[in-house]
Design a protein around this ligand. Structure first.
Ligand code: GLY
Ligand code: MN
Ligand code: MN
Length: 436
């Protein structure tokens, strides 16, 4: 875990951005039942993790930059020897203060009664409305009660502000400590992809390849996959979010693996596509070469001042030219971009922010326009081409081929750094590893 001083510095920076008249509330999403008495594995909301590192459920963190004392207030599960015997250790009220930097901490059950005082009379309440119905009701209840207290000197905040205004801007710009963790996640993930290329053979099952990937993540101390690992062989590679991973790999299949390790609450996001037999067929090679060339061009174009929309348009135009050359589309690039015909084979965006969340937080636009990239932002670059097995008007040799190549890219002062460059993607390298 990061040093406590890092979290303190983050809270300080956030509170400066909020100013003395604002209050911020971040909180855990509820634990979810999977079946019977068994819950889905709990993962703390990234806003709570970012500000405190506190990973336990039922947590609320309230930041009050203008308060005299008790600027950082936490509501947590209290210590409870019996419950801890069943469900694990708790930091409790004292732990929240002594370890996690709270000026004051209270039992989670006291949130409703204390919330009114904590948010009364502020100008802006920074709160993610619409994320969790139960919390929305609690906050709305506090606002309703405050509305009736004006004669007693208490009024509700004048505005509820989305956290993207300040907290998510801060999370979007990665600090050196965050980049160190992302590099570690990238290194582990690269190793996992290479292990998958080595282990995957005609006759392997997609779930075996998934197991190799996820084992590699855990073996290096990662929490596991930062999102559902995708292993799609053959035409399964043309399904963008294929997570069933239950088919056998046939001889001659390409295997698309989209997998990233979450390490210390930050995730990588890498896709590689490789021939199970160790050799691309002619048609597979033609599609792969196109996607690889497009992907490298887009990485090269990632720099301060460029926008994610610039990268996407670059990919769309080059991929559309490739689709025409391959016989998937007819006419001119301009015409096929204009009528969106390319979307039949390239239907997703090229990039997203990356960090604690795989689709990380941060506004994508400024004043209605795509925002320029800045040093410290981390993005994915992930063009692909997907030709469904039953697509109409498609040369037979291209049917059922899906290729995506995805790297994680840090924007630097004068360009970018590919954080996942260690994960092989050149044809000769990929084929050699698959054959080994
Ligand atoms: N793994 C999800 C994505 O690439 O966006
Ligand atoms: Mn991605
Ligand atoms: Mn991905």
């Amino acid at each position: 875990m990061l040093d406590r001083a890092v979290f303190a510095a983050r809270r300080k920076a956030y509170m400066e951005a909020l100013g003395p008249d604002a209050v911020a509330v971040v909180y855990s999403l509820p634990e979810r039942l999977r079946n019977g008495d068994s819950h889905y594995h709990f993962r703390q909301h990234s806003d709570v993790l970012y500000l405190t590192g506190f990973a336990e459920p039922a947590t609320t963190v309230i930041l009050r930059p203008g308060a005299e004392s008790e600027k950082v207030v936490m509501f947590v599960r209290p210590r409870d020897p019996e419950m801890e015997t069943w469900d694990g250790r708790r930091a409790g009220i004292d732990g929240a203060k002594e370890i996690y930097g709270a000026d004051a901490a209270y039992p989670a059950a006291e949130l409703d009664q204390r919330l009114i005082e904590l948010i009364a009379n502020c100008e802006e309440l920074h709160y993610a409305l619409g994320l969790d119905d139960e919390m929305d009701l609690r906050v709305a209840g506090a606002l309703a009660r405050l509305r009736k207290m004006e004669k007693r000197g208490k009024r509700p905040p004048r505005a509820v502000v989305d956290p993207r205004a300040a907290l998510h801007e801060q999370r979007l710009h990665k600090s050196p400590e965050e980049l160190a963790i992302l590099r570690k996640a990238a290194t582990i993930s690269s190793e996992a992809h290479v292990a998958a290329m080595r282990a995957g053979r005609p006759g392997s099952f997609e779930y075996e390849i998934e197991a190799t990937i996820n084992y590699t993540f855990r073996r290096h101390g990662g929490a596991g996959p930062g999102y559902g690992t995708i292993v799609g062989a053959g035409e399964n590679a043309t399904i963008l979010h294929y997570v069933e991973n239950r088919c056998a790999v046939a001889d001659g299949d390409l295997v698309l693996v989209d997998a990233g390790c979450e390490y210390d609450h930050y995730t990588a996001d890498i896709t590689r596509t490789w021939p199970a037999s160790g050799t691309f067929s002619g048609a597979q090679r033609a599609v792969y070469d196109l996607v690889l060339d497009v992907q490298k061009s887009a990485v090269a174009a990632a720099k301060p001042g460029a926008t994610l929309d610039d990268l996407h348009q670059l990919c769309v135009r080059k991929l559309t030219q490739g689709m025409i050359d391959l016989g998937l589309l007819e006419g001119t690039v301009d015409a096929r971009v204009e009528d969106l015909a390319y979307k039949k084979y390239y239907m997703h965006g090229t990039s997203h922010w990356l960090g604690m969340d795989v689709h990380d937080v941060g506004a994508y636009t400024r004043g209605g326009k795509p925002r320029p990239l800045e040093p410290g932002m981390v993005i994915t670059v992930e063009p692909g081409l997907y030709i469904a097995a039953d697509a109409t008007g498609v040369p037979d040799r291209l049917r059922g081929i899906g290729v995506r190549i995805e790297d994680d890219v840090l924007i630097t002062a004068d360009g970018c750094e590919n954080l996942t460059a260690a994960c092989p993607k050149e044809v000769a390298d990929v084929e050699a590893i698959c054959r080994a």
